[in-house]
Write a protein that binds this ligand. Structure first.
Ligand code: IMP
Ligand code: MG
Length: 368
């Protein structure tokens, strides 16, 4: 297994299989073009390995040219193809073989065909190393195919994920994440604990509440518990290292878990990065941060009410509650940016009945 950026990939197609596929295409192209002095038009960047291999195996006269277009962002085809670099004007009247790394939706080649027709080529054919027939939406014929694959996202032999992986000499495919890991987020009193109780049942997840983990340790007067208590009593956050180690231990206790609902963690960018790194070692990651959005005054009222019955000292004093909000705003809200940068932030309206809010949360979590 390898990691590129935030994603994990597993071995899929060997070097030998790649060579066999390339040879198969090269033989056919040799047969069809050996007396035609074709122009091989390599689609950059991905097809440069395949193009080089095909051209080295070509026995007659030939020339080569390059075109650069872009349609992919991350692991998704955008459907919009933009030409970054045009072809030589010398294609007029020539027999052109387009060399592509992979044909997926077919948008890229379609855009190139338009250009070739404008250029007035004599003929063209399409050669691709990989072809995803299930994703292909066009009607034109793909003439030479090295290998057909299912709708997996692959890297290696020129193919990339956001710039990385092109240099791999075997093909790797995206490894599906097995766990569903949700960071449940929101200011104190937003109802995270209540919602987590529903979510853990519905999605068969382990609920890790930092608050509960701390309270357990405090109640049992563990070393960490006594330390944590001194911070919590002042409405301050417990230092990152302590929190992270406690949370890691909780995760590792549950080796068969289908995933986790993290409630009250991470609270800082440092913790979030530590969680990413920790999960990444297991080939897993955070699927999304789901945040309950509730305004502050409503929350202060809720918390004071909870303080009347819960006996939690930090819920009984309005200034301490407001202090927790300040902490939340200044330190924790930056996490929104952390997850937003990864397209993993999902805000949910946290005002309404418990059931309504659960429903809103599930709508988001179902898709993660
Ligand atoms: P299409 O325009 O949807 O046919 O996509 C073709 C282009 O998308 C290729 O030239 C690649 O740059 C990129 N692409 C499609 N599928 C993959 C993949 O599985 N891995 C890496 N890039 C891909
Ligand atoms: Mg490409």
């Amino acid at each position: 297994m390898i990691q590129l950026h935030d994603l994990f990939f597993e071995k899929f197609i060997s070097k030998t299989q790649i060579n066999q596929a390339v040879n198969g295409v090269a033989v056919k192209i040799n047969n069809d073009y050996k007396d035609k002095a074709p122009v091989f038009l390599i689609v950059l960047n991905g097809a440069f390995f395949f193009g080089a291999d095909i051209i080295k195996k070509f026995n007659g006269d030939c020339e080569m040219s390059f075109i650069k277009v872009a349609s992919y962002e991350g692991t998704q085809s955008t459907g919009n193809v933009s030409t970054v670099m045009g072809v030589d004007p010398s294609l007029k009247g020539r027999d052109v073989v387009i060399i592509e790394d992979i044909v997926d939706s077919g948008n890229t080649i379609e855009a190139i065909l338009k250009i070739l027709k404008q250029e007035g080529v004599k003929s063209y054919k399409i050669a691709t190393m990989f072809y995803k027939p299930l994703a292909f939406t066009k009607t034109y014929k793909v003439d030479y195919v090295g290998m057909e694959i299912a709708n997996d996202f692959i890297v290696g032999y020129g193919l990339d994920y956001n710039g990385l992986g092109r240099n791999l000499d075997t093909i790797y495919k995206l490894k599906p994440q097995k766990m569903k890991n949700i960071v449940l987020f929101g200011p104190p009193g937003a109802g995270k604990g209540t919602q987590a109780d529903y979510l853990k049942v519905k999605y068969n997840l382990i609920h890790i509440s930092t608050g509960d983990v701390f309270r357990y340790n405090i109640k049992n007067k563990t070393e960490l518990g006594i330390l944590a208590k001194s911070y919590m009593d002042n409405g301050d956050l417990v230092p990152d290292e302590v929190t992270i180690d406690m949370l890691k231990a909780e995760v590792d206790k549950n080796t068969d878990a289908k995933g986790f609902v993290f409630d009250g963690f991470p609270r800082t960018n440092f913790q979030a990065a530590a969680l990413d790194a920790f999960l990444a070692k297991k080939g897993e990651g955070v699927n999304g941060m789901v945040a309950l959005e509730v305004n502050e005054d409503l929350l202060v009222a809720r918390l004071l009410k909870r303080g009347e019955t819960s006996g939690r000292s930090d819920d009984q004093d309005e200034s301490k509650i407001r202090n927790r909000f300040n902490e939340y705003e200044t330190k924790t809200a930056v996490l929104k940016d952390y997850y937003q940068d990864q397209n993993k932030y999902f805000g949910v309206d946290g005002v309404g009945s418990v059931e309504d809010i659960t429903e809103r949360l599930c709508k988001v979590i179902d898709k993660l």
